[in-house]
Design a protein around this ligand. Structure first.
Ligand code: SF4
Ligand code: MG
Length: 330
């Protein structure tokens, strides 16, 4: 499969300032040397608890935030080296869908105006043609085209997310980064929106990065999954491998709280003790070590690198040696 997006050692640090003079006293390493590849036409999910850096990763990829370091290659081109003008063009190809699609949009605009706006800004089509495209977009996401005169607050949560998706689609993107797109919705509505996203992926050959805190949501839509912890990638694997053979103790703990449909498969419930430490002051070595039930001495001093196990399954954990076989450690 062909790579659409290649992310190498991406970092995003936020300075911490303290004292009377507001001098910089350190960094919050929200995203800390994260690497992954997203292939054309697939759904790559990024999963982790709140504060793990998954949303910052998404925003940094689009340069909605400037990265502190690392490389983002979109179709082989380094996004960081693009001029403002080139970036504007590139952003048509990479759209974002948010949990609340209208939080950042003008509430006094009708849905029709909101859908037309990105096309108008990018000088796509003439005004009459754009109105036609807006009606098509409404139809594409399963909404009555007659609703274009209405305002966002007149719609239900699920309908609003359909409109958010339509707005993202209006520029014919190649990649959509969806940040918790169904987290605010009821479970029954969640699956409708997820099904719509899958249909649209098929119809428009879209590639998705799907950001979620919820492994049971991602289970339906992801092809591959990256699990983040405290700004770092803990594990990356094809979906089946991740759910059947999670390698990282953190992934195992996350999965142990996801209900399994087959009652014959027994999974031990792993309860993590302690809170997620602050990324302003991450633990040395493996950032997960204070909460890890399998931690041993090396974990406290040495940061584990992401290593390849087999078949595209990567893990950052000292329980696995360089060749990817499990160590009898602990
Ligand atoms: Fe646990 Fe050590 Fe593996 Fe980190 S490196 S996940 S602390 S066993
Ligand atoms: Mg899919």
């Amino acid at each position: 499969s062909e790579a659409l997006l290649h992310v190498e050692q991406l970092s995003k640090y936020f300075p911490i300032r303290g004292g009377l003079l507001k001098r910089k006293t350190g960094d919050v390493k929200a995203v800390d040397q994260v690497s992954f590849t997203v292939n054309k036409g697939e759904t790559f999910a990024i999963v982790g608890e709140s504060g793990c850096g998954k949303s910052t990763t998404g925003r940094t990829l689009l340069r909605l935030m400037e990265p502190t370091g690392g490389k983002v290659l979109f179709e082989g081109k380094d996004v960081a080296s693009l001029s403002r003008k080139e970036l504007r063009v590139a952003r048509r190809d990479m759209q974002m869908v948010f949990q609340d699609p209208f939080a950042s949009l003008n509430p006094t605009m009708t849905v029709g105006q909101l859908l037309e706006e990105p096309m108008a800004i990018n000088r796509m089509y003439d005004s009459i043609e754009r109105k036609k495209k807006v009606a098509e977009l409404m139809d594409t996401v399963g909404l009555n085209a007659g609703f274009v005169q209405r305002y966002p607050h007149e719609f239900s949560g699920g309908q609003r997310q359909r409109i958010g998706i339509a707005r993202a689609l209006s520029l014919k993107p190649k990649l959509i980064i969806a940040d918790e797109p169904v987290s605010a919705l009821d479970v029954s509505i969640q699956s409708q929106v997820l099904n719509l996203m899958e249909d649209l992926q098929e119809e428009f050959s879209l590639t998705y990065i799907f950001i979620s805190h919820d492994l049971s949501v991602v289970k339906h839509i992801a092809d591959r999954i990256g699990v983040m912890y405290l700004g770092r990638m803990a594990e990356i694997a094809p979906k089946k491998a991740l759910y059947d053979k999670p390698a990282h103790p953190y992934t195992q703990a996350l999965l142990s709280s996801v209900p399994i449909p087959n009652p014959r498969i027994k999974r031990e419930r792993i309860v993590l003790t302690g809170d997620v430490p602050s990324p302003a002051n991450p633990p040395a070595g493996c950032a997960f070590h204070p909460r890890c039930p399998k931690a041993f001495d090396r974990c406290k001093v040495e940061r584990p690198e992401l290593i390849h196990l087999e078949g595209g399954h990567y893990v950052a954990c000292h329980l696995f040696d360089e060749e990817g076989s499990q160590q009898a450690a602990g």
